[in-house]
Every structure is written in structure tokens, then in C-alpha cells.
Design a protein around this ligand. Structure first.
Ligand code: IPE
Ligand code: MG
Length: 209
């Protein structure tokens, strides 16, 4: 979900306003995706690389994740099950603060019985970290193969990625779901994330439907 900062800058607003609008847009887009029968929506909220950002910006983004995982009533209304993936809370490198961990755990538990779309939020996530984690866990049990490594990804139930979307004019992937992106269609758009709407989602889905 790239381009929040530029969205704000182009409106003479602080970057934090762009992140706030980005979170609102995710709530809107979840609703739209459910209507369009998307089964799995996985979004990159915060990466293992993003921690070097200014502390005030990081704090703001953390607060927005607490808000996002607090949208349980909306998710239940939409029959959406929320998931999270990132560096496991008990691993030495993990950086998710306790109050965000609590919000994540509660949202997962409170939407666990929903049977519709699965919304996965990647937070403190990086594909390299995920693959190292999976490779170590697989090696501890026996020979490492595509299947055994795949079984130890953060969320092994996630299907391979059909369409990967990158917003805001960046034409690169940036450490997101590399293992899961085999045969993936990629949709690049100049739109900043806060402006990514249903028409944009249609254009991305058209690559696979
Ligand atoms: C995406 O927007 C949000 C996060 C990476 C957390 P950016 O903050 O990267 O926005 P730009 O790239 O500066 O416009
Ligand atoms: Mg960016």
C-alpha cells in the first residue's frame, strides 16, 4: 500500500495524514473486495525495513494498525476473517509492540468463525525473514523441499498469489511474498494507495478473471 506520503505531500498535508487516509481506504477497499468475491486479500502494512522511519511516523502507523485490527464489528458484518503475518512475536528479531500484538490477537480471535474473505495484514513482515524462518523450521524436521519449506511459511494456508498490486508508480516488489509469487500477474498503477478504488481493483482482477 504505497504512496501515502506522496498523497499527503501533494495536498500539503503531513505524511501522517496520508497514512490515516490509507487506513481508511483499506477499510473501504475491503468492503469493495468482498462485493467482488475476492477470496483472499493480503496487504503489506509495515515491513521489516520500515522501522528505520522517523519515530513519530512509526508511532502513527502503529496506532493505525491498532485501529485497523480494532475494526472487528465491520469485519464481522462482512463475514471477513482477519489474519496477520510477520516475524513471530516470540522471535528475537520481532519488533511488534505489545499493544499491537494484543489488538492483532483479539481481532484474529473475534473474527475466527467468519467464512468469507480472508484479509491478511502483513506487519513487521519481510519475505526474506519469512523464508529463513521457514527453511530453519523445515530443516529441523527433515529434508528441505518445496513442500516442507512451504508448510512452514508464516501462514501456510495462503494460496499462491494470483495478482500482486503495487501502487504509486513504483515498478518493483520490495520483499513481499516472494515465495508465494510463482506465476503471479503484476498490476502496477500510478495511483497512490489512498486513491486506489474499486475501478483500480477491477483493472487488477481483469488480469486473472
Ligand atoms: C506506504 O506509504 C506506507 C508504508 C510503507 C508504511 P509511504 O509512506 O511509503 O508513502 P510514500 O512512498 O512516501 O509516498
Ligand atoms: Mg513508499
Amino acid at each position: 500500500m504505497d504512496g501515502n506520503g506522496r498523497w499527503a505531500k501533494s495536498r500539503n498535508l503531513p505524511r501522517t495524514e496520508g497514512h490515516t487516509e490509507g487506513e481508511e481506504n483499506l477499510a473501504r477497499l475491503v468492503r469493495v473486495a468482498v462485493k467482488k468475491d475476492v477470496g483472499w486479500l493480503t496487504v503489506f502494512g509495515f515491513s521489516t525495513e520500515n522501522w528505520v522511519r522517523p519515530r513519530t511516523e512509526v508511532r502513527h502507523i502503529l496506532g493505525l494498525h491498532k485501529k485497523l485490527f480494532g475494526r472487528v464489528a465491520e469485519l464481522n458484518e462482512l463475514n471477513v476473517r482477519i489474519q496477520w503475518m510477520g516475524r513471530p512475536f516470540d522471535s528475537p528479531e520481532a519488533r511488534t509492540p505489545k499493544y499491537v500484538q494484543r489488538a492483532i490477537r483479539k481481532a484474529i480471535a473475534d473474527t475466527a468463525n467468519n467464512t468469507g474473505m480472508v484479509l491478511t495484514v502483513a506487519f513487521d513482515y519481510g519475505s526474506h525473514a519469512e523464508m529463513v524462518h521457514a527453511a530453519r523450521a523445515a530443516a529441523a524436521e527433515g529434508p528441505v523441499t518445496v513442500d516442507t519449506l512451504g508448510a512452514h511459511l508464516y501462514l501456510p494456508e495462503l494460496p499462491p498469489v494470483d495478482v500482486l498490486v503495487r501502487t504509486s508508480g513504483e515498478v518493483r516488489i520490495s520483499n513481499f511474498m516472494l515465495w508465494q509469487s510463482v506465476g503471479t500477474e503484476v498490476y502496477f498503477t500510478d495511483r497512490a494507495w489512498p486513491d486506489f478504488d474499486g475501478a483500480e481493483l477491477d483493472a487488477a482482477l481483469a488480469l486473472v478473471r
